[in-house]
Design a protein around this ligand. Structure first.
Ligand SMILES: NC(=O)c1ccc[n+]([C@@H]2O[C@H](COP(=O)([O-])OP(=O)(O)OC[C@H]3O[C@@H](n4cnc5c(N)ncnc54)[C@H](OP(=O)(O)O)[C@@H]3O)[C@@H](O)[C@H]2O)c1
Length: 215
């Protein structure tokens, strides 16, 4: 029997990405955990996880092919992009121009770069899921750049989906802080990593899943 194609998690060094990689693998889904830096041990000790290191997104396809060849794994059959994150800082008009540019790069352009690099690895109809957060739907004081890039990311996924002749693009919006991430101070509600992984699994498994899902 052929081994199943793994799910490629981009941003697997991050708070959510590391938990998604670990959670999918714990459910028996083979995972390629991709990051620019060293992956946390909680990811690499999990059976079923193959680590992929690439200093930038454009280098990921070659790094993925090499890691799959070394591990005797097929190429990925799905991508989960967990790139970006949330932080609170200065009001938009007080934000350093360099911080604005850095947020555009990490929270929006990096997603387009990832889709451009990784969509060709997938087969038509394979899922490509982009994670997004509550700031994409709700203006948040002190997180202006993240709200603006999050809103742009939602539209980016819609356009990619409309234009795609390859993978089916989806956006998974995590509407609340992910439990345990203490960068979120006193969140009104939280979502557990298990809830995120379950919602993700539904998008990955169902070719008829909606373009946008909230959890
Ligand atoms: N944490 C939460 O409570 C929460 C709640 C709701 C939604 N979310 C969503 O979950 C997703 C991930 O957030 P997070 O909290 O896990 O963020 P995080 O801990 O800050 O991790 C961000 C990840 O993005 C990667 N990254 C940043 N810039 C990149 C670039 N230019 N190219 C490639 N990778 C890049 C980082 O890689 P490096 O380590 O290499 O820098 C890191 O792996 C976001 O869409 C966020 O909106 C998070």
């Amino acid at each position: 029997m052929n081994s199943p194609r793994p799910v490629l998690v981009v941003g697997a060094s991050g708070y959510v990405g590391s938990r998604v990689a670990r959670g999918l693998a714990a459910d028996g889904v083979p995972v390629l955990a991709a990051a620019r830096h060293e992956l946390p041990e909680r990811v690499t000790v999990q059976a079923g996880v193959i680590a992929v290191r690439a200093p930038e997104v454009s280098a990921l396809p070659d790094a993925v092919r090499a890691a799959c060849a070394r591990a005797g794994s097929p190429l990925p059959g799905a991508v989960v992009a967990s790139i970006g994150g949330w932080r609170k800082g200065a009001a938009l008009l007080d934000l350093e121009p360099s911080r604005w540019s850095a947020t555009l790069a990490s929270h929006l352009t990096a997603h387009l770069d990832a889709a451009r690099a990784l969509a060709p690895l997938l087969e038509p109809g394979d899922p490509y899921v982009v994670l997004n957060g509550a700031a994409s739907r709700e203006a948040m004081a002190g997180s202006g750049a993240i709200s603006v890039t999050g809103a742009g990311l939602a539209m980016l996924v819609q356009v990619l989906r409309l234009e795609s002749t390859g993978p089916r693009f989806h956006e998974l919006v995590i509407d609340h802080a992910v439990a345990g991430d203490d960068r979120n101070q006193d969140p009104a509600q939280t979502r557990s990593p298990a809830q995120v992984v379950r919602a993700l699994g539904e998008l990955l498994d169902d070719p008829g899943a909606p373009a946008v899902r909230h959890v």
